[in-house]
Design a protein around this ligand. Structure first.
Ligand code: HAM
Length: 467
């Protein structure tokens, strides 16, 4: 008997369906904002992260899964995805070939050797975006707005958006000097980690979680008091835009983020479930000024964020934010007797080619046991094939909802199901609870989108089809 490793978890069945729902929804929104998908390897050269995330960060110092491969190279399981995405852009020479910005979205697992706790895993998934090659305020704003929009779409209503700025070079130099002076008076009383941070990168002291150090850190100088004129103006502009777009935010002058590549604006999204559970930030990001150059690319800037899928899913479960996701069996094929089993194989093959969600029971069971199985699977139709049906090339089809049963020819089966399944769907029609409809009846009559069946104009998947 093997168990999952500490800090990892299996995602199976309904939970996996919910992860897919989140990922598909976020993918659709990212595409609407003009992002293209990037997939990069889970393993990278360790140096990629020491250079980008930074030697002084907790991630690099304590949390990376690093090992030497059989060729003696130092390899790391990615602890985050921004560095790999930017590396892939540099390797593919996208900055030489393409109009700026290069816009990537991505999704996948990351690994950090952290102390597992609520909402914190050693293997976790992120969905993120990077917009690289431009440094305008508007791109920063667009990126924050995209994160906000994504979370609104997933029905996170009382979102807390925290923002801060790490300013420009001049700001950070002046601020670091002020911190050196302040912490110089207290460092002897602080934890060993802080003593090291004091030497390596004094900004990292602000991330310290040690409760004994917090009172000292809380009284430390604030970066907002050291902003250069240019940095202050830029931050003001971001705040003005967010206010104009009616996106609520709070300035948190202690927010510095735990990764070294940030310069300029940084932000985090927080949310507390109605049962009081707080899993930490559900998403976070910021502007990076030197990362591309650090990784071997040109001197251009970027901005991005990543959302934590596990945390989103947990909160959405707690607060029942998921719409009904229906992948139940549509047709349950029930052969009675050995010869019928052969026919069932053929019928299931044809139905699946026609995209009916089909399940078959090949095992010998009584009729009542077969119906019980069909009910447990919430099947919409049972297709029964017995000796008589085999002889005259027909099937019995039972509507599991209305209990109506008909005998039809095998050839008629697909068109019969199409017609009846539509009716069945329409009986459940206004069960749509997507945020665009707010639980009200979907008015697809005046919706002129061309989405697939089962998707309404808002891209939410649910039972009701376009009327
Ligand atoms: P991060 O703040 O380290 O930023 O992670 C982003 C999000 O990933 C967090 O807000 C959280 O939801 C989730 N997360 C992080 N660690 C864990 C964990 N141990 N267990 C579960 N969820 C976790 C980054 O990774 C940056 N690359 C974001 C970014 C993109 N900045 C610019 N572009």
């Amino acid at each position: 008997m093997f168990n999952v490793l500490k800090g990892t978890h299996d995602v199976i069945k309904d939970e996996a369906l919910k992860y897919s729902y989140i990922e598909e929804t976020l993918t659709n929104i990212a595409i609407n904002y003009g992002y293209e998908e990037f997939r990069t390897p889970v393993i990278e050269n360790s140096e990629l992260f020491t250079r980008s995330v930074g030697d002084s960060s907790d991630i690099v110092r304590k949390e990376m899964y690093t090992f030497d491969d059989k060729g003696g190279r130092s390899i790391t399981l990615r602890p985050e995805m921004t560095a790999g995405i930017v590396r892939s852009m540099v390797n593919a020479k996208l900055f030489a070939m393409q109009d700026f910005p290069v816009k990537a979205f991505y999704c996948g697992p990351n690994f950090r050797y952290e102390r597992p706790q609520q909402g914190r895993y050693r293997q976790f998934n992120q969905f993120g975006v990077e917009c690289v090659g431009v440094s305008t305020v508007e791109r920063d704003v667009e990126t924050i707005v995209l994160g906000y929009h994504m979370l609104q779409f997933l029905r996170f209503r009382d979102l807390k958006l925290l923002i801060n700025t790490l300013g420009d070079e001049e700001t950070r130099e002046n601020y670091k000097k002020a911190l050196k002076e302040y912490f110089g008076q207290h460092i002897d009383e602080m934890c060993n980690d802080c003593k090291e941070r004091y030497k390596l990168n004094i900004l990292r002291i602000l991330d310290c979680k040690d409760p004994d150090d917090r009172p000292i850190i809380d009284k430390a100088p604030k970066i907002t008091d050291y902003l250069s004129d240019a940095a202050r103006e830029r931050f003001e502009k971001i705040k003005e835009y967010l206010t104009k777009l009616e996106i609520p935010f709070e300035v948190d002058s202690e927010l510095v983020r735990g990764l070294d590549y940030y310069t300029g604006v940084v932000f985090e999204f927080h949310y507390t479930s109605s049962n009081g559970n707080n899993y930490g930030a559900i998403g976070a990001g910021g502007h990076y000024g030197n990362l591309v150059k650090e990784i071997g690319g040109p001197d251009i800037e970027g901005v991005g964020f990543a959302l934590g899928i596990e945390r989103l899913a947990k909160i959405m479960e707690d607060d029942q934010l998921f719409p009904e996701i229906n992948r139940n069996v549509e047709v349950y094929v029930m052969p009675i007797g050995e010869k019928a089993v052969q026919k069932a194989v053929e019928i299931a093959f044809e139905l699946r080619l026609d995209f009916f969600r089909t399940e078959v029971c090949y095992e010998k069971k009584s009729m009542s046991a077969l119906f019980k199985k069909a009910e447990r699977k919430n099947a919409k139709f049972a297709v029964i094939i017995g000796e008589d049906e085999l002889k005259d090339n027909t099937v019995n089809v039972k509507n599991m909802l209305t209990k109506e049963q008909v005998n039809i020819s095998m050839q008629e089966l697909p068109s019969y199901l199409v017609e009846k399944l539509d009716q069945n769907e329409h009986q459940h029609e206004h069960s749509c609870e997507c945020s665009c409809c707010e639980g009200e009846e979907c008015e697809h009559d005046d919706c002129d989108c061309d989405n697939e069946e089962g998707h309404c104009c808002c891209h939410h998947k649910h039972d009701c089809n376009k009327a």
